[in-house]
Design a protein around this ligand. Sequence first.
Ligand code: SAM
Length: 288
Amino acid sequence: MPDLSNPTETLALLHKYNITTRKRYGQNFLINRHSLDKILNIAAIDENDCVLEIGPGIGTLTRELAKRAAKVIAVEIDCSLIPVLQETLAEYDNVVVINEDILKASLTDMVNTHRSDNNLKIVANLPYYITTPFIMMILESGISFSTMTVMVQKEVAARITSTPGSKSYGALSLAVQYHAAQHIVATVSPTCFIPRPKVDSAIVHMVKHSTPPVSTTSEEKLFTIIRAAFNQRRKTLVNALAGGAPTLKREAIIEALQTMYLDESIRGEALTLPQFAELTTLLYPNIE
Ligand code: SAM
């Protein structure tokens, strides 16, 4: 069996199946053992885990996951890679490969069909074009999982982990913070992939909270407010919310900010998650 973290053997396998990597599917195959080990160490997969892997590619990460997990659900959009996966995963009977677009798949059904009573962990070297929608989809799906370990573009890793005052702070940072504790494990150079991406990457590890770190009257309204605040991030929070969350009156927003001892010229990018939660409760006091 080829060593898929070895560039020569990876190229030989791609050649054997006449595969040219597809940019539109974000195909940058990992060829670096050190980065692979970093993902595996932090994900800490064991025999009680079911792993959902997005984009197995030629199976580099999948094989390592299969060695450790009870079950691996690997979802790959590109049908030309399925025969390659049949070869590289042949010795593992605990892997199910699903040829689908993860963004269109019925995630809950897929996971419930295969996970048994195993703990779910999500692990992926993500195609960069789906990073934000995929992470949001998982967080909003209500699916129960313990950790998510993903390779993403370095800039996106900064958005996921940033705090108020930073340029990269935004709706993604707050959504991840609400659902999980997160940190950047390592940055990964373009030389670790075939073909080389134009940007640096980073491994991000998220541990899901058992309960959100803040409470508010409505999670839905909390995210309506956060989205409105960052849709027009150059505006003051009052203007962004009065224009972006139509049922809210300007006077009510100003009054809520005063109650919180915040200046009415403040922008959304200066507010922490607890402050957004408090603002939501003040603006929507009567929602269960
Ligand atoms: N896991 C492999 C590795 O580490 O070498 C491949 C990672 S590559 C960055 C991303 C993979 O995701 C590719 O195999 C690509 O075909 C697949 N992919 C892209 N878009 C997808 C989607 N919407 N749903 C499922 N898989 C997708």
